[in-house]
Design a protein around this ligand. Structure first.
Ligand SMILES: [Zn+2]
Length: 261
């Protein structure tokens, strides 16, 4: 879909060696990077270079955008597309980063993360901007298995909007995947809305807001508490596994190999 020029430019970015400083940031600040196997790192690092080449980062209220901020945020984004294609992020042009959790008036065009008292951790806008609190990004990475990860949440929204609508259904692999997706996701979304015990045990109640939030919240748990989700909501896990390609409940060496282009 994208033009020859963009393809050429992406190849240029891929061909650039990964700066040592970036590798050090990934090793020190991105826990899931050290848990990846070689076959996953290859597409992951290619996408990371493209993402950093194409997306504009903007600090809000004087927050300084350092290499660490850029590399860590890009890493959280391309983890989600390691088995997919970086073109899933084509609509995303800008990432605005606040130093901490911030206050923001509610906007209809945005889907924010869980918030209390008007405090926001992140937002994804349909016009191509993601807004993140750096503090929330770091918190998400530090507590790797608490089921909450703001960056994953917001970038899942971006994957959802890739087909033009925030409806909790991203672009699936083939036509035959849509019906089981709709059946499984709406069944558990409605159960979460009703406060059913099983769903409430696995998913934050914020996922009951609407289908889009359900997908974003479920994506956080899929990456952060995969064993729990696989055990208690195996059909949701199976749908997300077939979409993302990852099988995070498996040990590293048993992870599927991403298919090479
Ligand atoms: Zn959200």
């Amino acid at each position: 879909m994208f033009g020859i020029f963009r393809q050429w430019k992406r190849q240029k970015w891929i061909d650039q060696p990964l700066p040592d400083a970036w590798l050090a940031i990934l090793q020190e600040k991105v826990p899931f990077f050290s848990e990846m196997k070689e076959s996953q790192r290859e597409p992951f690092l290619e996408q990371l270079k493209i993402f950093l080449g194409e997306k504009h980062f903007e600090g809000a209220q004087g927050f300084e955008i350092t290499d660490e901020v850029r590399v860590v945020i890009a890493a959280t984004a391309v983890r989600l597309t390691t088995y997919l294609d970086i073109s899933r992020y084509d609509r995303l042009t800008e990432i605005v980063v606040y130093e901490g959790d911030y206050r923001h008036p509610h906007q209809d065009s945005a889907l924010g993360g869980p918030s209390a008292d008007g405090i926001v951790y992140g937002e994804a806008h349909r016009f191509g901007t993601v807004v993140l609190s750096w503090k929330a990004v770091v918190r998400g990475l530090r507590h790797e298995d608490d089921g909450q990860d703001t960056a994953t949440h917001e970038f899942a929204h971006v994957l959802d909007i890739a087909d033009g609508s925030f409806d909790g259904t991203p672009i699936l692999d083939s036509m035959k995947d849509y019906q089981p997706w709709a059946e499984v996701m709406s069944k558990h979304f409605l159960a979460l809305r009703e406060g059913k015990r099983l769903e409430s045990k696995v998913l934050d109640s914020y996922g009951a807001t609407n289908e889009a939030e359900f997908f974003a919240v479920a994506s956080e748990v899929f990456f952060e508490k995969p064993e729990k989700m696989k055990k208690l909501l195996p059909d949701v896990y199976e749908r997300l596994q077939s979409f993302y390609g990852w099988d995070p409940a498996l040990p590293v060496e048993e992870q599927p190999d991403p298919k090479s282009e």
